[in-house]
Design a protein around this ligand. Structure first.
Ligand SMILES: Nc1nc2c(ncn2[C@@H]2O[C@H](COP(=O)(O)OP(=O)(O)OP(=O)(O)O)[C@@H](O)[C@H]2O)c(=O)[nH]1
Ligand SMILES: [Mg+2]
Length: 284
């Protein structure tokens, strides 16, 4: 059980490489374990000085790979539940910065149109930009196959009972997906406006997608996702004539939570507004 949000065990996930997985059995499991060697020193304020040797191990084709990140950190055990994730996220972020990779974490409810937006984006930009994609879903290779069909290399993470990606999953995926320098890496998170908000993946920026069929109250109901995002894409604009969705009200609600949030209204289906999104990408 995940300590933070109560979803399924976060070590029980699978990473699928569409090309190198066994053809008869595309379920290529990558077992991932964590060992922690801890030394605790009590101090008067009940914080713990945490002498922490963080050892990752994973199994691939019967071979267990292990690496460790020794680190020392002062933690408050009540507050810093997510520190393990944040440390790996910081390593991912450092790697992206060193290699000039623009890493965007796409988050949304299920079905808002993340994969559709990525398909259109890849078709438009792949001739001028190198694009790579990490796909997150509880089950199936469907989205990774759609992305590869559009023309970009993709890795699929299946989280099983888990409801979000975490930084360790991204770190392991990077060992299978040869992301090139000066490229764009899109991470499509598991469709869910709750838990993915809590897990920093090391992304350069976070993009929240909502669609007009979901109702304009979403920023107020799921504030953490809007608070932690840099850009909000409002998708399915082609359906605006048929649904009760007030775009201005949505923007007002979201801005009341995050005054720095940017907005782009698009339709992945008709292509409306997509040029504004491509321009936003170009500026990053
Ligand atoms: N009308 C309309 N339908 C859209 C648009 N974008 C996506 N869809 C449809 O919405 C459905 C879900 O789209 P996806 O791109 O699979 O959404 P997703 O966010 O990737 O879904 P999950 O990965 O399952 O969370 C599909 O049937 C799409 O064809 C749009 O702009 N307009
Ligand atoms: Mg998808």
């Amino acid at each position: 059980m995940c300590d933070t949000c109560g979803c399924g065990e976060s070590t029980d996930f699978k990473i699928h490489d569409l090309h190198h997985d066994n053809e008869n059995n595309q379920e290529h499991e990558l077992k991932h374990g964590h060992e922690h060697n801890h030394e605790h020193h009590h101090d008067p304020q009940s914080d713990h000085y945490h002498d922490h040797n963080h050892v990752h191990s994973h199994e691939h084709d019967g071979v267990v790979y292990t690496h460790s990140h020794p680190h020392k950190k002062l933690i408050n055990l009540n507050l810093d539940i997510l520190s393990g994730n944040n440390i790996v996220a910081q390593l991912n972020r450092q790697l992206f910065a060193e290699r000039n990779v623009l890493c965007l974490n796409l988050v949304s409810s299920p079905g808002s149109g993340k994969t559709s937006i990525l398909e259109k984006t890849i078709l438009k930009l792949i001739s001028s930009r190198k694009i790579f994609v990490i796909e997150g879903d509880q089950q199936t290779l469907l989205d990774a196959k759609r992305i590869e069909k559009a023309g970009a290399p993709a890795i699929q993470i299946n989280t099983g009972t888990g409801c979000h990606l975490d930084a360790g999953m991204v770190e392991l995926s990077l060992k299978k997906l040869s992301v090139e320098d000066n490229s764009i890496l899109f991470i499509e998170n598991v469709g869910n406006l709750v838990c993915p908000a809590l897990f920093d993946l090391g992304e350069t920026k976070r993009v929240v997608v909502i669609s007009v069929t979901e109702g304009d109250d979403k920023p107020l109901k799921y504030p953490y996702m809007f608070q932690s995002s840099h850009l909000c894409i409002i998708n399915k604009a082609d359906l605006l004539p048929y649904v009760d969705f007030d775009t201005e009200k949505t923007i007002e609600y979201a801005r009341s939570i995050n005054s720095n949030l940017e907005f782009i209204v698009v339709s992945a289906k008709t292509g409306e507004g997509m040029d504004v999104w491509y321009e936003w990408l170009r500026k990053q």
